[in-house]
Design a protein around this ligand. Structure first.
Ligand code: UT7
Length: 343
């Protein structure tokens, strides 16, 4: 059985930087830099321009990952695309990315499987676990796992939406999971979910049990009420469960691998709120310098936070061959995941 290693990492964020102050000055949100920094650690986020879709952000991230892996696009055996903000309701963003990569061009004809993962903040780790299993069983040699989000289009950028709107940003991160005979790679993973809290962090643009599934006006034109158009979040419940589940998932992995915290060189926690991560780190007794973060610059990019961090850490020379890393995520569903990787 081959090992499944991460052979390449890449990321892309849009150019438009929106600072906390600009949420107020550009969009008129009644908020302050102080409130957002104190509660979340976020200083700025990136917003994609109108006309840019989720698969557009994913494309340069995947190209960078392929280049760092030293692979050609035709080496890709499978695409796994994690997002809660797909280009369209269906089909998934994976097939749009496949075409944008040129894999369906007449002279290429590389019709690899494309799988979309709908697991929000833990979507990347669900994708990574799936890719790892595919590679380890010998079915595929190189799997693209990309997490990408365009949140800015679906944020209530007004004072009534400020609790959610101030948290999220746009971006994409990608890794290539490759077969290797070397003694390294994804050592173990853990996935979990608690559907009792499915509604606590949700966006119910439609309800398929209703006729019509989107309320319509007298002319039959769909009318989504604000309460359904925007994400609903029970912030404190999310915070409390995030802390418990992230610690639990990490502890499970450490026990499985018979590791102590000292064995791990770097930790990559999903970037939902710096205060959640600092709380988890304190509970575990982790030193600050082992915790990579970038939430201050990008906010919460949901499925993209972990692959963006991996790509940045590798680019900065902080993540090097031979290091042991641990990663963990928690989010809507509730769903969560963790993985231990020998880089
Ligand atoms: O991947 C999972 C994604 N989500 C999370 O991880 C979120 C987890 N939860 C959190 O991070 C925190 O619950 C928040 C940062 C979202 C909110 O912090 P909080 O301490 O729970 O605040 P709150 O929602 O209880 O709101 C306290 C006050 C309210 O005002 P009143 O009713 O006391 O007058 C809010 O309206 O703060 C107000 N508020 C804001 N004020 C300025 C909420 N958002 C903002 C804002 N700027 N952006």
């Amino acid at each position: 059985m081959p090992n499944a290693c991460i052979s390449g990492t890449g990321f892309y964020v849009p150019d438009d930087i929106v600072t906390n102050e600009e949420l107020a000055t550009r969009y008129g949100v009644d908020t302050t830099d102080e409130w957002i920094v104190q509660r979340t650690g976020i200083e700025a986020r990136r917003f994609a321009a109108e006309g840019v879709g989720t698969s557009d952000l994913a494309l340069p991230a995947v190209e960078m990952a392929l280049q760092r892996a030293g692979l050609a696009k035709t080496d890709i055996g499978m695409i796994i695309f994690a997002t809660l903000s797909p280009d369209h309701c269906f089909p998934g963003s994976g097939v749009y990315l496949q075409t944008k990569l040129g894999l369906t061009d007449d002279d290429v004809n590389h019709f690899v499987g494309c799988l979309d993962v709908r697991n929000q903040c833990s979507g990347f780790l669900y994708g990574l676990a799936t890719a790892t299993s595919m590679v380890q069983c010998g079915a595929v040699d190189n799997v693209v796992v990309v997490g990408a989000e365009v949140h800015s289009a679906a944020l209530d950028l007004s004072t009534s939406g400020r609790d959610v709107a101030s948290l999220f940003g746009d971006g994409a991160g990608a890794v290539i999971v490759s077969a290797t005979d070397e003694d390294r790679g994804v050592r173990s993973w853990h996935l979990g979910a608690d559907g009792r809290h499915a509604d606590a962090l949700s966006q119910k643009v439609w309800d398929i049990s209703k006729r019509p599934f989107i309320p319509a006006n007298e002319e039959g034109v769909g009318q989504v009420e604000p309460g359904f158009m925007w994400a609903h979040m029970e912030g404190r419940l999310v915070f409390k469960n995030a802390v418990e589940r992230m610690i639990g998932a990490l502890m499970k992995e450490f026990q499985k691998q018979r590791l102590t915290l000292d064995d791990v060189d770097l930790f990559f926690f999903h970037q939902a709120n710096l205060r959640i991560n600092q709380y988890v780190a304190k509970k575990l007794g982790l030193p600050d310098d082992k915790l990579f973060h970038n939430i201050e610059r990008y906010g919460n990019t949901t499925a993209a936070t972990i692959p963006i961090m991996l790509a940045e850490a590798q680019g900065e020379g902080r993540l090097e061959r031979g290091m042991k890393i641990a990663t963990v995520a928690f989010g809507s569903g509730f769903t969560w995941g963790a993985a231990i990787i020998d880089w």
